[in-house]
Ligand binder design. Structure first.
Ligand SMILES: Nc1ncnc2c1ncn2[C@@H]1O[C@H](COP(=O)(O)OP(=O)(O)OP(=O)(O)O)[C@@H](O)[C@H]1O
Length: 575
């Protein structure tokens, strides 16, 4: 899998490029002015917060000095004045700090909203969601859209602000520190550089481990969702033990990787903790001799310690944030490869060397050779046929001979192979897949799908339900607007009839039916096909039942060895 190659384990140009490709569009989008305005507010607030910090360091320097002088001067008023000043500063500082947090969250929210919408659009554009499933290169797209995007916008923003405030801190406190001791400033810089290099070296494996952690957590969650989605089948099979083993395995994988993660974090912790402890003594070691020599006042030691601490934090950004940084890098890698996969150009490229399709009034296949998406098996070789309006085609053949696959090719879902397909626009064709698809929503949503916004009065909906022998359904479920778990509430045959009702309501020119009546009794099947014929909807059906043949003009028989025969339905029936 592309995602687990070695390149993702490093902080390198590649990672930076991926990050920038993900981050840039928002700041140059139609929302750019709002985004930039919020960012500007944040920058101003960051400067203010830092200004307040510098002010506080000066107040405490003077407080310390006034306390140190008290035995000689007996003057306590300076101390109280400074305390009052500090209290005054707090009154101003509190709303600024609160506002800073608020604006940061607000911008994070806006960024997430924009980025999630962009990903959702691209995911559902050009059937990227289907292609991604087929390629199996991108695991758990749901997690990438839901969790990784959220983490990306939030963490990018907090890093940006941390870096910004570190730069401001550096500028403001370096002056303070330099005024106290040049030697201390130099010591600090050298210390931070050495620390950062060692941290990056010690923690180099953390990105890869974090990457795997995200994947394994998502796999575990998917396992749980799978049990929920297939609860009935599992209950019938009494497959609890097998499911439990499967879930435990997934959870175990996530735990083992997490164990590895905390081991590496521990190793890193040995270094970063001692690094942080040692640094506390440094300012005293350097400034105390200057104080002993009478070259500076006592308060300078405190202020040096504060300034030193602030600059140290700014310079040690990579060290203090290293674990967060590696998790972030892993998220950028996952999101980056997802963005590449759903990019419209990537989807278009995939299509250029394959079965081509054009728009036409009638359906026609011209020398179509169809392969499975992994190019491992040829299903049909050199197939040509033309279907005029009003003619029905039945596709028959052994299980696995490629019947459904041919429908997928007509729908443009699969295009691995050669040849050309001419067909009406997809809006004029309606496909009923093998497994009836029940949408999340009300009975009305079921019937109108995929055109949720089109208006249909209840009389019309009732009429269609009558046509598919489901007239009593609205009353049974409590009306057209009640939301139910339809896939688990209706029988398979009822679901198939409901899908048929959808078809009759949409009135497409072509209906493509993949064993769409397999769960129905013969009477119901006959009734539904009669409706199609009355409405002059042309149809292609896949099925194993001989009873189907009577509704079709032609039969396409797939032999299973890439060969095929096109026969008149009567000829096939007689044979
Ligand atoms: N995503 C896929 N990747 C690779 N091979 C696939 C994929 N989907 C299906 N196949 C293979 O393609 C072949 C044809 O499958 P298809 O679903 O078209 O068969 P079918 O004739 O409709 O079978 P049935 O009557 O059992 O529904 C099968 O061997 C199947 O295993």
């Amino acid at each position: 899998m592309r995602d687990t190659t070695g390149t993702l384990n490093r902080f390198d140009r590649q990672l930076w490029k991926k990050f920038w490709k993900l981050a840039k569009p928002y700041w140059f989008s139609e929302q750019k002015w709002k985004a930039r305005r919020l960012l500007l507010n944040l920058v101003v607030l960051t400067v203010l917060v830092n200004g307040i910090n510098v002010g506080i360091s000066f107040i405490f320097r003077n407080i310390d000095t006034s306390l140190a002088r008290f035995p000689n001067t007996g003057d306590s008023s300076t101390f109280w004045r400074l305390i009052a000043l500090y209290a005054g500063l707090l009154v101003i500082a509190t709303p600024i700090v609160v506002l800073f947090d608020f604006v940061r969250e607000k911008l994070g929210l806006h960024w997430r909203e924009w980025l999630t919408n962009r990903f959702l659009e691209r995911y559902l554009y050009n059937r990227a969601y289907y292609q991604i499933n087929l390629d199996a290169k991108i695991d758990n797209p749901d997690q990438r859209i839901a969790d990784d995007v959220r983490a990306f916008s939030r963490t990018s923003l907090s890093f940006l602000l941390v870096i910004l405030s570190s730069v401001i801190t550096l500028i403001s406190f370096t002056g303070v520190l330099l005024s106290i001791s040049v030697a201390l400033s130099m010591t600090l810089i050298a210390y931070a550089i050495v620390g950062t290099v060692i941290t990056a070296w010690l923690g180099r494996r953390l990105i890869g481990i974090n990457f795997n952690q995200l994947k394994r957590e998502a796999d575990f969650r998917y396992g749980l969702v799978h049990v929920r989605d297939n609860a009935e089948a599992i209950a019938f099979y009494q497959g609890e033990v097998a499911e439990l083993a499967q879930l435990r395995k997934r959870f175990g994988d996530a735990l083992r990787n997490f164990d590895l993660l905390i081991r590496w974090e521990r190793n890193l912790g040995f270094f970063t903790s001692s690094y942080n402890f040692l640094v506390r003594a440094l300012p005293y070691l350097v400034v105390a001799p200057i104080y002993f020599a009478g070259q500076t006042d006592f308060g300078a030691i405190t202020q040096a310690a504060i300034a030193f601490d602030q600059i140290f934090r700014a310079l040690s950004l990579v060290i203090s944030q290293f674990e967060v940084l590696t998790a972030f890098a892993a998220g950028v890698n996952r999101l980056g490869s997802f963005a590449e996969a759903v990019e419209p150009t990537a989807l278009a490229q995939r299509k250029s060397t394959t079965i081509t399709t054009t728009k036409d009034e009638q359906l026609a296949l011209d020398r179509v050779t169809l392969l499975t998406p992994n190019y491992q098996r040829t299903l049909v070789n050199n197939l040509s046929l033309k279907l005029n309006l009003g003619e029905g085609l039945a596709i028959v053949g052994h299980s696995g001979s490629g019947k459904s696959s041919l429908l997928r090719a007509i729908a443009g879902l699969w295009n691995t192979g050669l040849g050309h397909i001419a067909r009406p626009v997809l809006g004029e064709m309606l496909f009923l897949p093998q497994r009836p698809y029940m949408v999340l929503g009300s009975l009305r949503d079921q019937l109108l799908y995929p055109h949720r916004d089109c208006s249909s009065d209840e009389a019309q909906l009732n009429r269609v339900l009558e046509q598919v022998n489901l007239a009593e359904l609205p009353e049974r479920v409590g009306g057209f607007d009640v939301e139910l778990d339809w896939a688990n509430t209706l029988s398979l045959g009822e679901q198939q009839r409901l899908a048929f009702a959808r078809l009759l309501l949409a009135q497409p020119r072509y209906a493509i039916l993949d064993e769409a009546t397999s769960a129905l009794d013969l009477d119901n099947e006959q009734h539904l096909y009669q409706q199609l014929q009355e409405m002059k909807i042309a149809f292609i059906s896949v099925g194993h039942r001989m009873s189907l043949l009577q509704y079709h003009h032609y039969v396409l028989k797939l032999e299973g060895n890439t060969h095929w025969q096109l026969l008149l339905a009567q000829t096939y029936d007689a044979a």
